[in-house]
Design a protein around this ligand. Structure first.
Ligand code: 5GP
Ligand code: MG
Length: 176
């Protein structure tokens, strides 16, 4: 697997330091929500490892819900215009922390946030590990961002190419 990777962009140590910082910032901001319930909504499958690590830096009582979104068809590195969403979580009256792996065109996060808003949550905040330095991505509201990266196709730490490389512990670049 590692021989397919052209370059390690973010090594595991840097990822884990940053995930801890994100957890601390989120915890601080959610400290005052009192008895209101918090739902962490993770967008599968790309956020699989990120959310597993992040949730262990969130010491408050928090419900974890998963939903699916897919914007790639087959062996492609370009996201589809219209992401397909799975069953929506139950978030009525809750504070929602929406967690995804990466903001690229921003279509996925925008679409999910719009759908969740219809469900009358008390609030919604978004958190992504990576954001590409693209106008499209920068204009999407996102309260927590791990790393801003160049517009390159990345894999590892949950992110795949054609279903592979999710188990790579670092984030790297491949030339498909
Ligand atoms: P968007 O809707 O913002 O264009 O795309 C978001 C989704 O596309 C992400 O949740 C992620 O699953 C996928 N994606 C976007 N950029 C990349 C990338 O560089 N690498 C991988 N593996 N997936 C990406
Ligand atoms: Mg995704």
């Amino acid at each position: 697997m590692i021989q397919d990777i052209d370059q390690i962009l973010i090594a595991r140590g840097a990822i884990s330091d940053r995930v801890r910082e994100l957890g601390e910032a989120i915890t601080k901001n959610l400290e005052d929500v009192g008895e209101h319930e918090i739902a962490l909504v993770a967008v599968m499958t790309g956020s699989l490892i990120f959310v597993a690590d992040l949730m262990r830096h969130l010491p408050m009582k928090i419900q974890i819900q998963l939903m699916t979104a897919s914007s790639y068809i087959g062996k492609s590195t370009k996201s589809n215009n219209d992401p397909m969403l799975g069953k929506l979580p139950e978030v009525k009256g809750m504070h929602v922390l929406l967690v995804d792996d990466i903001l690229d065109s921003g279509k996925t996060l925008t679409r999910i946030r719009t759908e969740l808003e219809q469900l009358q949550p008390r609030s919604i905040q978004s958190c992504v590990l990576l954001r590409k330095k693209l106008d499209s991505a920068m204009h999407v509201p996102c309260e927590y961002v791990g790393f801003d990266i160049e517009d390159e196709f990345v894999v590892g730490y949950g992110l795949d190419y054609d279903g592979y490389y999710r188990n790579l512990p670092d984030i790297g670049i491949i030339s498909p």
